[in-house]
Design a protein around this ligand. Structure first.
Ligand SMILES: CC(C)(COP(=O)(O)OP(=O)(O)OC[C@H]1O[C@@H](n2cnc3c(N)ncnc32)[C@H](O)[C@@H]1OP(=O)(O)O)[C@@H](O)C(=O)NCCC(=O)NCCS
Length: 152
């Protein structure tokens, strides 16, 4: 599998259904998409993964969305996208990079820790408060948000 990762120049090329693998709220995606920078993973010309990030506070950036097509998961693309995001955050002179995941996201938490993120907190009931419908994943309700960060 020959994967090419490039900085995204035009956010309009990113399909909503790809972004919705990571975030079920189109409304929230529409809010951060235009303010984000990010990377696209392509196999030949096909978009197979995407990462969006943005500056949230002084010296702080957050990965807002990371999504890899199901057919291409667990092949190292997510890890490469995060590597590029870390590089980019350093270039942007950020001191901290953050990422959030829901409480059922065991694979995500494993991947993020392998990439150097640490768990720094839990926003209890974040998902119940911010999403209209009940979110289920891995057979349990996605109720809380696990906050993770990396010092750069
Ligand atoms: C989470 C996601 C972005 C990871 O991307 P990916 O390309 O599949 O991840 P990678 O192949 O780079 O995985 C790296 C590590 O994650 C873990 N991992 C990834 N997929 C896994 C799976 N299906 N089973 C077990 N471990 C897995 C492994 O520990 C792997 O480490 P290793 O390379 O040492 O074995 C991808 O699965 C995805 O898009 N999921 C749906 C959307 C989503 O949940 N986004 C995150 C929201 S917080």
């Amino acid at each position: 599998m020959d994967i090419q990762i490039d900085e995204l120049k035009d956010m309009k090329v990113v399909p909503m259904d790809l972004l919705m693998l990571a975030d079920p709220s189109e409304e929230m995606i529409q809010e951060y998409l235009p303010r984000s920078m990010g990377f696209a993973a392509r196999e030949a010309d096909k978009l197979v993964g995407v990462l969006l990030m943005m500056r949230t506070r002084p010296k702080t950036m957050e990965i807002m969305n990371i999504s890899v097509l199901e057919t291409h998961q667990n092949k190292g693309i997510g890890r490469q996208l995060i590597g590029r995001a870390v590089e980019k955050a350093r270039q942007e002179k950020a001191r901290v990079l953050e990422i959030y995941t829901g409480n059922p996201g065991t694979i995500q938490m494993l991947l993020y820790q392998k990439c150097g993120f640490r768990i720094v907190g839990v926003d209890l009931d974040y998902c119940r408060i911010h999403y209209n419908e009940k979110l289920m994943d891995n057979g349990i309700e996605c109720r809380d948000m696990i906050r993770m960060k990396m010092d750069l």
